[in-house]
Design a binder for this molecule. Structure first.
Ligand code: GLN
Length: 189
């Protein structure tokens, strides 16, 4: 299986290492022409959503990527990637890919709690390590969207058809369970 990683900014290398450990081939998406290559799933990594969005527009990658996701290509987004997928950003008129019916607040945990680490349940998997780094919060998701993880009543991961989005980083803890979930439940569905 070949997994493509948006590789404009952020921690795409860490995601690539996880998928390689699982035996996947990886492809870095750095230019629009890379979107024409064959692959089975896309990773939108954490980083800085404003920078990623700006580069996607400048490189003419926003619309083809958006169309690909709307056409059903499996996508897994973490942190800034989830901000790219959101149809609505609270207190912010910006929209990026806007393919997933969620409303997200950037940097929602404030300065005091800007980074923290927990172990939590993700769908049917328990004790998953989750690192939150200046994380957004999913404050609303459409009724047809499945909540797959929560922390203290806050939604931390959702799934809708071919789209899986989370507000934490699963790739920073040497744990492959979320990547395996993506391959098994989203790419192979
Ligand atoms: N705060 C970042 C943003 O708004 C996201 C942080 C992250 O990806 N760890 O884009």
């Amino acid at each position: 299986m070949k997994i493509a990683l948006l590789a404009l900014q952020g921690d795409f290398e860490e995601h690539a290492a996880v998928f390689r450990r699982l035996g996947c081939q990886t492809l870095f998406l750095r230019q629009a022409r890379h979107l024409l290559e064959p692959f089975e799933g896309i990773i939108l990594p954490g980083g800085e959503s404003t920078v990623q969005g700006k580069l996607l527009r400048e490189l003419n990658m926003m619309e083809p990527l958006r169309k690909m996701i709307l056409d059903g290509k499996p996508v897994m987004a973490t942190c800034a990637g989830t901000i790219l997928l959101a149809k609505q950003l609270l207190d912010d008129p910006t929209r990026h890919l806007a393919t997933l019916d969620i409303a997200v607040r950037r940097n929602a945990y404030g300065r005091q709690l800007s980074s923290f680490h927990i172990r939590g349940t993700f769908d049917d998997i328990s004790n998953v390590p989750m690192s939150f780094i200046r994380a957004p919060q999913i404050e609303f998701c459409a009724p047809n969207t499945q909540v797959v993880a929560e922390h203290h009543g806050r939604i931390t991961a959702v799934r809708h058809a071919n789209q899986l989005a989370m507000t934490f980083h699963p790739e920073l803890d040497g744990n492959t369970q979320i990547a395996e979930y993506f391959i098994e439940k989203i790419c192979s569905r």
